[in-house]
Design a protein around this ligand. Structure first.
Ligand code: DC
Length: 214
């Protein structure tokens, strides 16, 4: 059994790299950001106010999240595509600051890591979910480079991309994610930090695999 924690700000390439490593090692990849997005999506769909703690708890109590074949299922429905919008990203960031949301998802993440070997990416995996993970990585890149990558991604998907606006959204999310009171984005003291500003996906993947074989 092995737990690999991959943390870092949005758009640093965590999920692409984590998915590749999971394939190489034949272990499960768990995208914890997708879990916050799924909860954010459901809260929005049902029109539940984030301030209404009771209603949020009631919604959480009847929420099931599963991963299967690289897809995320919310109450049995594949929401993998639906949660990849700017609106849901903002909603995920907002609901990830709520204590009862984190408690539910962190419990679920720990359960997933108890049952099998996993590589998990997020913001607090090395600091909070698995402080005793066998391997910890903290992946960063400059905000400008992350915005550039995001623009490319949107254009490749045939969507409009407004560079200035994307950079501003990334900066806002960095700020919100690192300054929230509960389990903010922070590098674990024993995590290996990788600045990917000038690295390709292949280079980052190889680097991590080499580190794990040391
Ligand atoms: O990685 P992502 O953009 O899909 O994550 C969406 C939001 O969820 C992000 O703004 C911060 C939050 N998040 C978190 O608080 N803790 C995690 N382990 C993963 C994501």
């Amino acid at each position: 059994m092995m737990r690999i924690a991959v943390d870092g700000p949005s758009g640093a390439g965590k999920s692409t790299v984590a998915r590749r490593i999971a394939d190489r090692l034949g272990i499960d990849y768990i995208d914890t950001g997708a879990m916050y997005r799924a909860v954010g999506y459901k809260l929005l769909k049902e029109g539940v106010s984030l301030e209404n703690t009771e209603a949020v708890q009631e919604l959480l109590d009847r929420t099931e999240i599963d991963f299967s074949n690289g897809k995320i299922f919310l109450d049995g429905e594949d929401v993998s595509g639906l949660i990849r919008t700017q609106e849901i990203a903002g909603q995920a960031s907002a609901c990830s600051a709520i204590g009862i949301v984190r408690t539910k998802l962190v419990d679920l993440q720990r359960k997933m890591g108890r049952e099998k070997s996993v590589i998990m990416d997020g913001r607090d995996i090395g600091t909070n979910v698995f402080p005793d993970a066998e391997y910890k990585f903290f992946i960063t890149a400059s905000a400008e480079e992350r915005a550039r990558r995001r623009c490319e991604e949107l254009k490749a998907g045939g969507q409009e991309a407004e560079p200035e606006q994307i950079l501003a959204a990334i900066r806002k999310r960095d700020h919100d994610d690192s300054t929230r009171a509960i389990n903010p984005l922070r590098k674990a003291d024993d995590a290996v930090e990788i600045d990917t500003t000038h690295m390709s996906i292949d280079e980052v993947t190889d680097y991590i695999c080499r580190e794990m074989n040391r």
